[in-house]
Design a binder for this molecule. Structure first.
Ligand code: NAP
Length: 258
């Protein structure tokens, strides 16, 4: 039986919850008693593992499939969400799904560039638009950005541009939706090793290099980020809106020693 805490009786949609940070967010909010709609694109088995973890944590979980970045994406997702919620309103929308970096200028193709923007920017924008009638007054929108927006990393230019757009959307929608008591914030992870992206960090020396640039001296975990999302989704964050909250352990803050 779930402990009656912050999200008890509330409904949450987490996009991209078939693994990684999205799964950790789903499980974290489930532990507070939420009903979680676990969105996924292709990995149905992963989504079912998240649903099982959500239930073990004490929440209710349902998987909904929708490929984002294609025509009809948001309509497909919302139809699935509405079927699961069965007349209930949505309390929290977490825009977490994103396509991965597609390389630097000169490498990113036009097709990859368009896809990055379709998945990372267009989909959350129109998901918010379409979800508004379903979202409760006083509800929460949390967008997952990236510390890449405040670093000049040429390897991730096009990806960082998409997250810059997400942060701008966060501020402007916060101004628009405040009248309904809806807060809109973003969480900005740094290098985060999840149970599913370990291969990214296998490059020899990479972990040491990132760690040396991180004030808190380690890589992040999915749970580190999920806790920050949970804060912004909670009543405790009721007076915070339009903000980007860095959850990178102090990646690239500056020199670590005088
Ligand atoms: P991940 O392991 O790559 O997982 C991405 C999730 O998004 C999966 O559930 C995937 O679902 C879904 N997704 C991706 N493209 C999709 C599409 N076209 N349609 C539908 N679903 C799609 O990502 P992560 O590392 O957990 O990162 C989660 C968020 O944090 C992202 O916004 C990412 O940019 C941000 N972030 C991560 C890091 C990091 O170091 N991990 C750092 C900074 C920011 P399917 O596989 O089922 O399709």
């Amino acid at each position: 039986m779930a402990e009656r805490t912050g999200q008890s009786g509330r409904t949450v949609l987490v996009t991209g919850a078939s693994r990684g940070i999205g799964r950790a967010v789903a499980v974290r909010l489930a532990a507070e008693g939420a009903t979680v709609v676990v969105h996924f694109g292709t990995d149905g088995d992963g989504a079912e593992r998240t649903v099982a973890a959500v239930r073990r944590a004490g929440g209710r979980g349902f998987a909904v499939r929708a490929e984002l970045g294609v025509d009809g994406d948001v309509e497909t997702l919302l139809a699935g969400v509405e079927a699961v919620l069965d007349g209930q309103l949505l309390d929290v929308l977490v825009n977490n799904a994103a396509a991965a970096p597609a390389g630097p200028l000169g490498v990113t193709t036009r097709a990859e560039f368009d896809r990055l923007f379709a998945v990372n920017v267009r989909a959350p924008y129109f998901l918010v638009e379409r979800a508004l009638p379903l979202l409760r007054d006083g509800g929460r929108i949390v967008n997952v950005s990236s510390a890449a927006t405040r670093m000049a990393n040429p390897a991730q230019t096009s990806f960082a541009m998409t997250k810059g757009a997400v942060e701008t959307m966060t501020r402007t929608l916060a101004a628009q939706l405040g009248a309904r008591g809806i807060t809109v914030n973003a969480v900005s992870p740094g290098a985060t090793r999840t149970p599913d992206n370990g291969a990214v960090f296998e490059l020899p020396g990479l972990v040491e290099q990132i760690t040396a640039l991180t004030a808190l001296d380690r890589l992040g975990t999915a749970e580190d980020v999920a806790d920050v999302v949970a804060f912004l989704a909670s009543d405790a964050a009721r007076w915070v809106t339009g903000q980007v909250l860095d959850a990178s352990g102090g990646l690239f803050l500056g020199p670590r020693a005088a």
